[in-house]
Design a protein around this ligand. Structure first.
Ligand SMILES: [Fe+2]
Length: 183
């Protein structure tokens, strides 16, 4: 999508009525689908069904990401697939097994909750979490989530502010992000 058409979509989104239920999460962006990004070289299929990726005994800082999967009309999507994968505390991906890989489905209100660790950055990339999101039977959105204020962000050509999680002051281990997908 060109930046011009994207701006138009965002402008259109501003005109949508603001539903109070969505007001606390992100600025209302349901009019625009979440920006797609490359899946990168480390995606694997057949991940375990699990909402917690925390490894027993890991001393890495914990991270909980919550939010919803929404349609472009701001309708919560139940049973949407979310498949997450990210680097470990040393910036490495597990390409043999499934450490820090797992998929889950949204609940009846379109909500999800991912419990994991804060991934480390690795050469050339700022800190990020890969994800595929899909409404039942619809097109898969592949994208990445970023950490607001991470010093590596401006140095990473893939980083986008729109794909940053919202992290409340003093709650570094808790992020929120709503996905808007084709539905
Ligand atoms: Fe990555």
């Amino acid at each position: 999508m060109t930046s011009l058409s994207r701006r138009r979509l965002l402008a259109a989104a501003v005109l949508l009525p603001v539903a109070p239920a969505f007001a606390q999460s992100r600025p209302l962006t349901c009019g625009a689908l979440t920006e797609a990004q490359t899946e990168g070289p480390f995606f694997k299929t057949s991940t375990p069904l699990r909402a917690s990726l925390v490894e027993a005994g890991s001393k890495a800082p914990r991270l909980v990401v919550t939010g919803r999967v929404l349609s472009g009309r701001c309708t919560p999507i139940a049973n949407a697939l979310l498949d997450f994968w990210h680097a470990d505390e040393d910036g490495e991906y597990d390409n043999r097994g499934f450490r820090y890989r797992g998929h889950q489905f949204t609940d009846a209100e379109g909500r999800y909750r991912l419990a994991t660790i804060v991934p480390a950055e690795y050469p050339g990339r700022t800190r990020h979490i890969h994800v595929k999101a899909q409404a039942p039977g619809k097109r898969i959105l592949t994208t990445q989530l970023y950490f607001p204020g991470d010093p590596g962000n401006p140095r990473d050509g893939l980083w986008q502010r729109d794909l940053e999680m919202r992290v409340a002051k003093g709650a570094a281990g808790e992020g929120t992000f709503d996905f808007v997908v084709e539905a």
